[in-house]
Design a protein around this ligand. Structure first.
Ligand code: FEO
Length: 399
């Protein structure tokens, strides 16, 4: 195996999950990675382990560099099992190594592994000297769980950010710039996956992310590289930090999304008329049928769009099940600064649009306008839908 060195004595020793297609509910068509890092100095530290089942791959990479029995410290930046799943394999080899994590991390690891390991709980500002290299810890609660922390390599100016700034992307390359320059892929593939990851995993924590970035800026530390525990290593940290600032503030493109399901095409007809209204106003618009596009893909579009129109046919006096399921998922992700509108249809008794509006309200959102039609939309209904598209487009332009 070729050794991957981020800086002298700092190695990537993670695992690539080429066949990952679903990560606790969101699709990962490009696979994923579980990154772990080995820091070799007078003392040796392993930062994060990998998902259970990938321990041998990680150990194989470590053995290329050192004998794993020489590991002195295991830094657990996050308890979740995609990063700590192989901790017991490592501790089986080095039972006396110190496990360094936050207090919450310690609680979680003890609960999960029932392990009586030699724990050291750390907080922001605590440091660990390995020799010439110093590890500095920064707690990062809710990025992505309460236990998370970052590990900063002071002399090398590398931030090991665990879930923060990650992407699910399997590749034989490890650095963002290599994906761009050495493959035939579109250069935006890394940023595209980072956006999908942010939207589906970190979007609820926008406020926390803004504060954490501000706190790191106040610490005055220089960051030359961000090495997350998923996906590519950022050699241009400014690019992903700026994207996170934008997403966390709820800044989006002048773009409209029309998301719907349909039974007998009435709601679909309305969706297309709304789309025409937006498009004729010169604003970008995309349309998604909830049974034809995977939801985590739609959520990434939500992150990047200013206005969201939700359409549902009526079923059993309420909204269509896919619309209800999607809204439950979306409300949990708490998208910020969006304009909302709703539409739908019914045969003999309405209820879908009211139910969608109530669901939005439960998340603290309000529909700026709602249209509900009986049976098939007639000419007047079509005009109304077209006008709604135009109205939303002008609101987006003015925002
Ligand atoms: Fe990548 Fe929160 O685990």
């Amino acid at each position: 195996m070729t050794k991957i060195e981020l800086a002298t004595g700092v190695y990537w020793v993670g695992a690539i999950d080429w066949n990952l297609r679903d990560f606790h509910g969101y699709t990962t068509p490009r696979g994923g990675t579980y990154n772990a890092y080995l820091i070799v100095d007078d003392k040796i530290a392993l930062v994060d382990t990998v998902k259970h089942g990938f321990a041998d791959e990680m150990l194989g990479r470590i053995r290329e560099i050192i004998d794993p029995v020489k590991i002195d410290y295991v830094i657990s930046n996050h308890v979740e099992m995609d990063h700590s799943g192989s901790l017991s394999d490592i501790m089986g080899i080095v039972p006396n190594a110190e496990v360094i994590c936050t207090e919450k991390g310690k609680e979680g690891l003890i609960r999960h592994f029932r392990g009586k390991w030699n724990f050291r709980a750390v907080k922001t500002g605590d440091e660990l000297k390995l020799g010439n290299k110093t590890l500095s810890f920064i707690t990062a609660p809710m990025l992505h769980w309460p236990d998370n922390m970052f590990t900063y390599l002071k002399e090398d100016k590398i931030l090991l950010s665990n879930d923060g700034f990650g992407q699910h992307l399997a590749s034989s390359f490890r650095f963002d710039e290599d994906v761009c320059s050495l493959t035939g892929y579109d250069c935006d593939i890394v940023m595209d996956e980072a956006a999908k990851y942010y939207a589906n995993i970190l979007m609820p924590f926008g406020g926390v992310i803004l504060k954490k970035i501000e706190e790191i800026q106040k610490l005055g530390i220089e960051i030359k590289m961000i090495a997350p525990s998923h996906g590519m290593i950022w050699t241009d940290p400014g690019k992903i930090i700026n994207a996170y600032l934008q997403w966390a503030k709820g800044e989006s493109k002048q773009k409209v999304l029309v998301i719907y399901d349909t039974m007998w095409n009435s709601t679909e007809t309305m969706a297309n008329d709304i789309l025409r209204g937006v498009s004729d106003s010169g604003v970008e618009v995309s349309l998604f049928h909830l049974r034809k596009t995977e939801w985590s893909e739609i959520v990434k579009e939500v992150l990047e769009s200013k206005a969201i129109l939700i359409g549902s046919p009526t079923l059993n006096n309420g909204m269509f099940p896919t619309v209800g399921g999607f809204l439950t998922y979306l409300m949990g992700l708490r998208p910020r600064n969006k304009l909302w509108a709703t539409f739908g249809s019914y045969g003999w008794a309405g209820g879908a649009v009211k139910a969608v509006n109530e669901k939005l309200k439960s998340g603290g959102y309000e529909s700026v306008e709602s249209i509900e039609v009986i049976f098939r939309p007639d000419e007047q209904d079509i005009e109304k839908c077209y006008a709604l598209g135009q109205k939303i487009a002008s609101m987006v332009k003015a925002s």
